[in-house]
Unconditional design. Sequence first.
Length: 463
Amino acid sequence: MSRSAHPAGPRHADVLPEGHYSAPPADLNALDPKVWAQTVRRDEHGVLTVGGIDVKQLAEEFGTPAYFLDEDDFRARARAWRTAFGDDADVFYAGKAFLSRAVVRWLHEEGLNLDVCSGGELATALSAGMPAERIAFHGNNKSTGEIRRAVEAGVGRIVLDSFQEIVRVAHIAQELGRRQRVQIRITVGVEAHTHEFIATAHEDQKFGIPLAGGQAAEAVRRALQLDGLELIGIHSHIGSQIFDMSGFEVAAHRVVGLLREIRDKHGVELPEIDLGGGLGIAYTSDDDPREPHEIAKALTEIVTRECESARLRTPRISVEPGRAIVGPTAFTLYEVGTVKPLDGLRTYVSVDGGMSDNIRTALYDAEYSVSLVSRPSDAEPVLCRVVGKHCESGDIVVKDAFLPGDLAPGDLLAVPATGAYCRSMASNYNHVLRPPVVAVRDGEARVIVRRETEEDLLRLDVG
Ligand SMILES: *Cc1c(COP(=O)(O)O)cnc(C)c1O
């Protein structure tokens, strides 16, 4: 999204929201189960509860803004992915969506594997007891230090992203007297977007080695020759917030094509294929995500069919959902500070967080829902924009939302589906303190990542 300076006037007048926000929802108090975590309800006083605890009590105990994560929901979603793919496939949770030691333990207990893409994520995973062989290490520019630590720890796979890295990992593994299991990440020329995908011959992006021009085949040839590497498969990740499976169909077709070429040229049938993550979730009632079992069925059928026609043994499949597991399990709770009606335009509602705890609206023009959760209201819906407290006019949390006309300072607002890419992308902009993540389960709430303090800030600033 571009924001450019322009004279006040016509462009400021385009206040009528687009699409589904053009009419207010029938009931502002309703909570669409699609966008809220599983145990979220309103109690008999109309106050939102999660894991059996109401948000007024949570706000009092933990402050705002804060992320509240429904642990049962997280575990249920992790388990659903695991069960859907069964024993013939591996589910790797993409740690970049949200990673903490508690989350690592839950994943371990639910039988999932874990993707990391930096030394920090690797350290978090190992310190919470995730067995190294269940960790995959990603990234387009892993440092030699990071690679060394990963190989030493014995990670289950390193996903190679460039020609340089093939040599670099082989060299480090050999130095350490290891043979490192690796996959090669290729780009297959599929650009997946939320509701469509584009299949092209080339892909203009920093990740992976292009299939086009024989580069991926050449990478495989080199990896097969290096003693420090055990090439176990090919990796492809086509995008994020995807609803349409046809992008995966094209990707799988092209990956299997490469597997066939490898067999024909080198007499090797690689045993694994990783189709990445990117499965979409519902941020608003307009989104219709698929269930894990539907996705598993579709992906397995696609790969099986492609392999049959290429007369290859069907490889073991891996998938890497991040958002689809953690995204829907958390909401951000904010307190309203000011309510500023701008005549004939809209009402600006300022909350006590903003782009420091949710950058996705500013970064990707992402859409979110928002509800008044500390009380019910029968007031008329008013077109609002929920904004943060940062010194930046692009500091928007929810661009267009209807909220009750009697909204007032002190009310609590909750933005659902903020489990993924919110705390993990949080910043200290304006020296705002990053909010805590509180796990809620069975009437108990427990901080899993504590709120940052001014002491934390000052400790980094060594004068
Ligand atoms: C980001 C990423 C994922 C997870 O994406 P989601 O949209 O959160 O499912 C999986 N694999 C790779 C390689 C990624 O870069």
